[in-house]
Design a protein around this ligand. Structure first.
Ligand SMILES: Cc1cc2nc3c(=O)[nH]c(=O)nc-3n(C[C@H](O)[C@H](O)[C@H](O)COP(=O)(O)OP(=O)(O)OC[C@H]3O[C@@H](n4cnc5c(N)ncnc54)[C@H](O)[C@@H]3O)c2cc1C
Length: 391
C-alpha cells in the first residue's frame, strides 16, 4: 500500500490527513516535531468569514463553512455573524468585493450604517462610510479544530507521531522516497507533503527549492469589557485597522490589521516575545476605546503574540514543488489559514489523488510556488487602502 507522510501536526497538516484518509488514499503518517497545534495554530483568533479579495480564497472559505457548521460545538464554533466596516476610501472596493462574493454564492450583503449600529449597540459608527455583513460567519477554536481533524484522520487509519522532528526529505532518481528523522531513523513514503508553516522553507531548501517566507509577529489584546457581552458579530474594522470578537465571559479579543510596517515585525519564530509591547497595548487600546465607547469599564486583562508565516503576497503555496516527484508544499498562510483549512485539505487531496483541483472556483494555478519568480503574485483585484496585504 502506498504511504503519504505529512510533515507538521498543525491545523493544515491534520486537515490534509483528514482529507486523504477520508478519500482512502492509503497509509497516512503525520510527523510533528513537538506537540500537535503548538505552532501558529495554537495562537489563532479563529475567525470564520468568506470575506477575501482573492476570489479563489473566498471560494475556499465558503466551501469550508459547512464543515464549521457540521462540527459546531466540537470545535467551539459560534455563528455570531461577521461584519466588515470601511471608510470612504474603501467603500468602492467593499462593494466590488461583496459583488464578487455574491457571484460565488457567498451569503454576504452590504448593510447601512444604522443597521450596523443596531446590531452593535456599543459601537461608534460616525467614521464608518460603508459596511457589509455575513450572517453565517463567526469564530471557532483552532486547536480544537486541529485535534478534531486529527481524531477523524486517526479513526480512518492515519498514524500521528508527536515529538518526531523531520530532519530532511530523502529523494532518489528524481522522486521522494521518504524522510529522515532527527533521530536518524528513515521512514519510507511515496508522497511527502510539507505542511510545517514557516519551518517548511528549510526542509525544501535542502532540495534546492527556494520558498521565500518571513515570520511576522502579531500581537493580541484581551480586553475585559466591564460587563457580560452577548453574541455580537465579529468586526473587521478597516477604518481603525483592527479586528475584534467576543471571547466569552465579558472578554473581547482584539488583533491588529495594520501591516504597513510588516518588515519591522519579522522575528525568529522559535524565539519571540509572547507579550505585546507597551506601545502596542496603548495604541490598540486607544483604537478599541474609539470604536467601542459603549463598553462600561474596559481594561486590558492580558496580551500575547503569535507568528504568521508570510510569503511575499501574503498567500499560501499549495502545490507540487521542484523537479522531485511526490513532493507537495502547503504553507505560507500568513495569518488567514484557519477559516480555509477544511478546503485546503481537500485541495491537497485533489492534487495528490487527481493531479488537479476538482473545484473550478479554486484553480490550483493560483497557489503555485513559481509565482514568486515570475512576479504573477496572488493579489486582490479590489484591494483595501491600508489593509491590502490581508485580503
Ligand atoms: C495570532 C494569530 C491569529 C490568527 N488568526 C486567524 C484567524 O482569525 N482566522 C484565520 O483564518 N486564520 C488565522 N490565523 C492563521 C491560522 O491560524 C494559521 O494559518 C494556521 O493555524 C496555520 O496552520 P499550519 O498547520 O500551517 O501551521 P502551524 O500551526 O505553525 O503548524 C506547523 C507545524 O509544523 C511543525 N514542524 C515544524 N518543523 C517541523 C519538522 N521539521 N518536523 C516535524 N514537524 C515540524 C511545528 O511544530 C508546527 O506544529 C492566525 C494565526 C496567528 C498566529
Amino acid at each position: 500500500m502506498s504511504r503519504t507522510i505529512v510533515v507538521g501536526g498543525g491545523l493544515i497538516g491534520l486537515s490534509i490527513a483528514r482529507a486523504l484518509t477520508e478519500r482512502g488514499a492509503g497509509e497516512v503518517l503525520v510527523l510533528e516535531r513537538g506537540t500537535l497545534a503548538e505552532g501558529g495554530t495554537g495562537k489563532s483568533s479563529g475567525i470564520v468569514r468568506a470575506h477575501y479579495g482573492v476570489p479563489s480564497l473566498a471560494a475556499m472559505a465558503w466551501r469550508s463553512l459547512p464543515v464549521f457548521e457540521e462540527f459546531g460545538d466540537a470545535v467551539g464554533f459560534r455563528q455570531c455573524g461577521y461584519t466588515v466596516l470601511v471608510g470612504e476610501e474603501n467603500a468602492e472596493p467593499l462593494r466590488a468585493n461583496i459583488a464578487t462574493h455574491q457571484g460565488l454564492g457567498v451569503e454576504a450583503e452590504m448593510i447601512d450604517v444604522d443597521t450596523l449600529a443596531a446590531m452593535w449597540p456599543m459601537m461608534h459608527v460616525d467614521d464608518v462610510a460603508a459596511a457589509a455583513y455575513e450572517p453565517r460567519g463567526g469564530f471557532a477554536d483552532a486547536t480544537q479544530l486541529a485535534l478534531h481533524f486529527g481524531q477523524l484522520a486517526r479513526a480512518k487509519g492515519a498514524q500521528v507521531r508527536q515529538q518526531t522532528p523531520v530532519a530532511r526529505i530523502v529523494t532518489a532518481g528524481g522522486r521522494v522516497t521518504g524522510v529522515e528523522l532527527a533521530s536518524g531513523e528513515t521512514v519510507e513514503a511515496d508522497q511527502v507533503i510539507v505542511a510545517a508553516g514557516w519551518w517548511s522553507a528549510k526542509l525544501v531548501a535542502d532540495l534546492g527549492i527556494h520558498f521565500p517566507i518571513d515570520a511576522y509577529r502579531s500581537e493580541l489584546l484581551v480586553v475585559d469589557a466591564g460587563e457580560l457581552l452577548p453574541d455580537l458579530p465579529v468586526v473587521s474594522d478597516l477604518v481603525s485597522l483592527q479586528y475584534c470578537r467576543v471571547e466569552g465571559a465579558g472578554q473581547f479579543l482584539v488583533g491588529n490589521s495594520d501591516h504597513d510596517d510588516a518588515e519591522k515585525k519579522f522575528v525568529d519564530p522559535d524565539n519571540y516575545s509572547n507579550v505585546a509591547a507597551e506601545s502596542s497595548v496603548l495604541a490598540y487600546a486607544e483604537k478599541v476605546m474609539h470604536r467601542f465607547p459603549g463598553f462600561p469599564e474596559p481594561s486590558v486583562t492580558h496580551t500575547y503574540a503569535g507568528v504568521y508565516d508570510v510569503p511575499p503576497d501574503w498567500n499560501p503555496v499549495i502545490a507540487p514543488v521542484g523537479d522531485v516527484a511526490g513532493l507537495t508544499l502547503c504553507a505560507g498562510f500568513a495569518g488567514h489559514g484557519f477559516k480555509i483549512s477544511p478546503a485546503v485539505g481537500d485541495l491537497v487531496a485533489d492534487l495528490v489523488l487527481e493531479g488537479d483541483s476538482t473545484d473550478p472556483d479554486i484553480p490550483a494555478s493560483d497557489f503555485r510556488l513559481e509565482r514568486f519568480e515570475t512576479g504573477a503574485l496572488l493579489r486582490s483585484p479590489h484591494p483595501y487602502v491600508g489593509a491590502g496585504e490581508m485580503r
